[in-house]
Design a protein around this ligand. Structure first.
Ligand code: BGC
Length: 497
């Protein structure tokens, strides 16, 4: 071989070696990056861990806080609000009633016709619209004019057939925010939640605001009840099944109500009702306990929210926040590695990853996780390998599992407070054998998170059995109440006539 050829061959070897070295370095680097992502996932799993022992601590804390909130005004972060609802619809109600429901994401209007027998409940013309986002921080005048206008349009479509001439239409206003009631049809707003911010409305009577707006438009409607969405769901549950004593909403926000004995509502001594009980709106979104598994993502989400240091439980379990927790985890992974390619500015936008997208990714059953790829692409993250898509699904799973399990602990806490968890309650000290016979207990559940996210539902139901045990959980029935908040509120008006 000539000198030139030798030099050429040597150069080729050197070049090949350096290419190989670069490739090895790249591989090592990418392995290191992958390792850092796996670390983030591991840390998330540990932070979201909810073994049954921990869930039981949350159950106890919930029951203790319920007692404290009933004992004195401000005695707990749980407000335990009186609703002045002490009779639930029995099934004999008759007539035509309307409901307007202002939720967190949607508002609904509907009409129900009741024929006097439980089986004759005719729900007509359900209208469901997204709440225009500008209304959430407008003025009370703008918000209530909009609601009155929407009702007017709804009624215009009816023609003359639905209301007899000269008879006012009776309306239930389902208002999914905390209200301090002075009667079933009046109450003042305590605070806004779920991103609403119309500060001048705090402290004002909500039913009156709506009535004034209806009168101004010349609408012949009477706001006959102001009802929390949980209370509406309880009413529909009870209408169908009188063993229903608890209702929970898992939607944009989250909350629960239940039927309590009036003598247990110590902060309102002397409260008398014909039934001896009253529905209490817990406002459990504000529940807090040191046993809740809180991660750095929860802390940041709270700090950056419009109501920081408030609604801590809601921010861990409700639909408005679930997606954003997942987004925060993916964002951190994308910042600490390049597995998502060049970082997408969209991912930094709060609330861009909505919970319905999380559920679509989590429940993607296509072999190549095409749905995950599509959603990530919409978030500005394209060409993500299958391995990374699987990682995203895992993040959705870890976060949603925690939500489902904490939701179950909340429900079990209520069952404990009312002595339906098989333990004899928290104050009695009775052992299980001494305890009265376990009674069938129905928990009515409503809200988009529960209705539309199968994996959430499954995690919740599985954890409830784990907490209560096989035997007791046979007596606890969780029942979905589609549109229960609105229909049930209309039923309440009917039963109070
Ligand atoms: C509100 C509750 C409501 C719940 C579910 C919470 O943000 O404070 O009043 O029941 O959302 O809609």
């Amino acid at each position: 071989m000539g000198k030139v050829a030798v030099a050429f061959a040597a150069a080729a070897v050197v070049a090949a070696c350096s290419v190989a070295a670069v490739m090895v370095r790249r591989r090592v680097k990418s392995r290191r990056k992958w390792r850092s992502v796996v670390e983030i996932l591991k840390e998330l799993e540990e932070g979201c861990d909810t073994p049954v022992g921990r869930l039981r601590q949350v159950v106890d804390a919930m029951a203790v806080e319920m007692h404290a909130g009933l004992a004195s005004e401000g005695g707990s972060k749980l407000k335990m609000l009186l609703t002045f609802v002490h009779e639930l619809p029995k099934g004999t109600e008759k007539g035509t009633y309307y409901a307007l429901h202002l939720g967190g994401t949607y508002f609904r209007i509907l009409r129900v016709h009741l024929g006097g027998e439980r089986s004759y409940l005719d729900v007509q013309d359900v209208e469901r619209h997204p709440i225009p986002s500008h209304l959430m921080n407008s003025t009370s005048e703008v918000l209530f004019n909009f609601l009155a206008f929407s009702l007017e349009r709804f009624i215009e479509k009816e023609g003359d057939g639905s209301s007899s001439q000269g008879v006012k239409r009776e309306l239930a206003f389902t208002f999914s925010f905390p209200v301090k009631h002075s009667s079933i049809s009046s109450g003042v707003l305590i605070k806004w939640t779920k991103g609403f911010e119309i500060s001048e409305m705090v402290g004002r009577d909500i039913a009156e605001c709506l009535q004034v707006a209806l009168n101004t438009r010349g609408l012949d409607m009477h706001v006959a009840a102001l009802v929390n969405d949980t209370v509406g769901a309880l009413s529909l549950g009870y209408y169908h099944d009188p063993d229903t004593v608890v209702a929970v909403v898992f939607g944009t926000g989250s909350n629960a109500c239940y039927l309590e004995r009036t003598d247990a509502i110590i902060k309102s001594q002397g409260l008398l009702t014909t039934s001896g009980s009253m529905v209490v709106n817990m406002e459990w979104g504000n529940f807090w306990s040191s046993h809740l598994p809180r991660t750095s993502y929860d802390i940041d989400l709270d700090a950056e929210s419009s109501n920081s240091n408030d609604m801590g439980f809601e921010k861990m379990i409700a639909g408005m926040y679930l997606g954003d927790i997942v987004r925060r985890v993916i964002l951190r992974m994308s910042q600490e590695s390049d597995i998502f390619g060049p970082s997408s500015s969209l991912l930094s936008e709060p609330y861009v990853l909505r919970t319905n997208l999380v559920s679509a990714m989590h429940e993607d059953d296509t072999p190549e996780l095409q749905e995950v790829a599509r959603i990530l692409k919409d978030l500005g993250v394209s060409e993500v390998p299958l391995k990374v898509r699987k990682l995203v699904v895992k993040v959705c799973d870890v976060v949603t599992r925690r939500v489902g399990r904490l939701a179950a602990a909340g429900i079990a806490g209520i069952l404990k407070k009312i002595g339906r968890d098989g333990s004899g309650g928290i104050t009695s000290g009775r052992s299980r054998s001494e305890n009265q016979m376990q009674r069938r207990t129905v928990v009515a559940v409503e809200g988009g998170l529960y209705m539309n996210y199968t994996m959430f539902r499954e995690y919740m139901e599985e954890a409830l059995v784990e907490i209560l045990g096989e035997e007791v959980s046979q007596y606890v029935v969780v029942k979905a109440m589609e549109d229960g908040s609105s229909i049930g509120s209309a039923l309440l008006v009917a039963s109070s006539q």
